[in-house]
Design a protein around this ligand. Structure first.
Ligand SMILES: [Zn+2]
Length: 483
């Protein structure tokens, strides 16, 4: 029955900006620290203090806006969003309401080879709130909670998409692309595990072919791509089931429970806050002239789509490989730097996407923490090309390089892994293998050509993978013809 419905999904993404100081005071934005040590009267909202806008925050917001193809507002202002919550010392959050800094942008995603443009409604600047630390596992099971205001006043941009996504895969692709673009601009470190990038989703379902939106539910609390995809999948199914069973979706905010794999009701629309926005009286409106925007444009790096295009058109990578390589700025840079020392793009891409990412993932490390440098990888590939080591041994050496940080040359020398390319030496082993495996030889003679694969394998085993494979094949074929 699910095929009769379609989902309508929009995402709201909060990105913490990587400025050194907070949005309205000089306190550090550094993550962590002893609770309530990165604070001052301004970010604590003590009486009589005045905020001073950090220009870098505006620079970064403009940069993100341009990277997401938005129009930058020439006139923008801050507003007070009024609500009470213990993590908000001023009882209002300074945000932007009707005149955000950027609007009408877009980004392009690709799902199953199909490209799609997702609209970006707006980007606005605001301050982050503090953090509650509960004594128990959850807020409900806690007997007390403490407040840490270190994060209060850390600059954020909120990026609001159009409700253009129709599946959990599209939502995930959007968030992945958004993160990559923001990473390239370097306005945020985008560390999801530290809360620098947080995502809420608005989800509704409607009968396929209809225009009217269904009742939308907001899901909060998703801190990974996987969590977002699972939460959206779950919520779509939940809403379809409700419709099918004659129930009614109510407008509410739900949270994602990653352990149980379900969304749980937090509050319904009736209890939701009326924020009573009004213009922030302590800050002057923001006038942004063309020169300011142009000066930011000059600092714009090559973005993922442009970089992907370059890798496909100039270097000849496949579209898929180029997508993977450019999906992370650090990976793309590692690729470029390897190419400075070794020019076969396809081989470099294969090693990065295969061995390097595999070992990094297994250790939970990022590409920046890679013990193997681009130059060290290039040296390994050159040893392989020269025939000093076989492809099989190269993988073994790579792993050793990863674990010890040693150079390929040292490892090859120390472990005696130099490829055997001596015809006499390999020939002797080939003869031994032929003598020991009469059945395979007979199979080969009877036309079972694949029997040679087994014999090659035996030679490699005898030489611990060090025999030159091309030579093994050549000698085996020659000797088998003569039997
Ligand atoms: Zn402060």
């Amino acid at each position: 029955m699910a095929a009769e419905y379609e989902a309508v999904i929009g995402l709201e993404v909060h990105v913490e900006l990587k400025t050194k100081s907070k949005i309205f005071c000089g306190c550090t934005t550094e993550f962590g620290g002893e609770p309530n040590t990165h604070v001052c009267p301004v970010c604590l909202g003590l009486p009589g203090v005045l905020p001073v806008l950090n220009k870098k925050v505006v620079d970064y917001a403009i940069k993100a806006g341009l990277a997401l193809n938005c129009q930058i507002a020439s006139f923008s202002k801050f507003d007070r969003k009024n609500y009470y919550y213990p993590d908000l010392p001023k009882n209002f959050q300074t945000s932007q309401y009707d005149l955000p800094i950027a609007e009408h942008g877009f980004l392009d995603i690709e799902v199953d080879g199909v490209e799609k443009r997702i609209g970006i409604t707006r980007i606005h600047m605001e301050e982050d709130a503090g953090k509650l630390m509960h004594s128990g596992e959850t807020i409900v099971s806690s007997t007390s909670s403490l407040v840490d205001y270190n994060r209060t006043g850390v600059p954020l941009i909120e990026i609001v998409s159009e409700p253009d996504m129709r599946s959990a895969e599209e939502a995930r692709a959007y968030l992945e692309k958004l993160k990559a673009i923001i990473e390239y601009t370097e306005v945020s470190d985008c560390k999801m595990e530290e809360g620098s990038l947080r995502c809420d989703a608005n989800i509704s379902v409607r009968p396929k072919g209809t225009e009217k939106f269904g009742t939308k539910v907001e899901i909060k609390n998703m801190n990974s791509f996987r969590a977002l995809q699972r939460a959206v999948e779950y919520e779509i199914e939940r809403q379809i089931d409700l419709n099918e069973d004659g129930g009614k979706v109510i407008q509410e905010t739900r949270s994602w429970d990653d352990t149980k794999g379900v969304t749980v009701s937090m509050r319904s629309k009736e209890e939701a806050n009326d924020y009573r926005y009004f213009p922030e009286p302590d800050l002057v409106p923001l006038v942004i002239d063309k020169e300011w925007v142009d000066s930011i444009k000059e600092t714009m790096p090559e973005l993922p789509d442009a970089r992907k295009k370059r890798l496909v058109e100039e270097i000849g990578l496949s579209s898929y490989d180029a997508s993977v390589i450019t999906s992370s700025k650090d990976l793309a840079e590692f690729f470029d730097r390897t190419m400075e020392h070794y020019q076969d793009a396809k081989i470099v891409a294969n090693w990065l996407m295969g061995e390097l990412l595999r070992l990094l993932n297994a250790k939970g490390q990022t590409i920046k923490e890679s013990p193997i440098t681009p130059q060290a990888l290039a040296e390994l590939l050159i040893l392989q090309d020269k025939g000093t080591i076989s492809g099989k041994i190269a993988k073994q050496v790579f792993e050793e390089m990863f674990n010890t940080g040693q150079s390929a040359e040292n490892i090859v020398k120390e472990k005696g892994l130099v490829q055997i390319s001596d015809e006499g030496a390999i020939g002797a082993i080939v003869e031994k293998v032929i003598a020991n495996n009469p059945q395979s030889v007979e199979d080969f003679k009877n036309g079972k050509k694949q029997a040679i694969g087994f014999l090659v394998g035996q030679v490699m085993k005898e030489t611990k993978g060090k025999a030159n494979p091309a030579l093994v094949n050549k000698l085996l074929n020659e000797k088998l013809q003569n039997i």
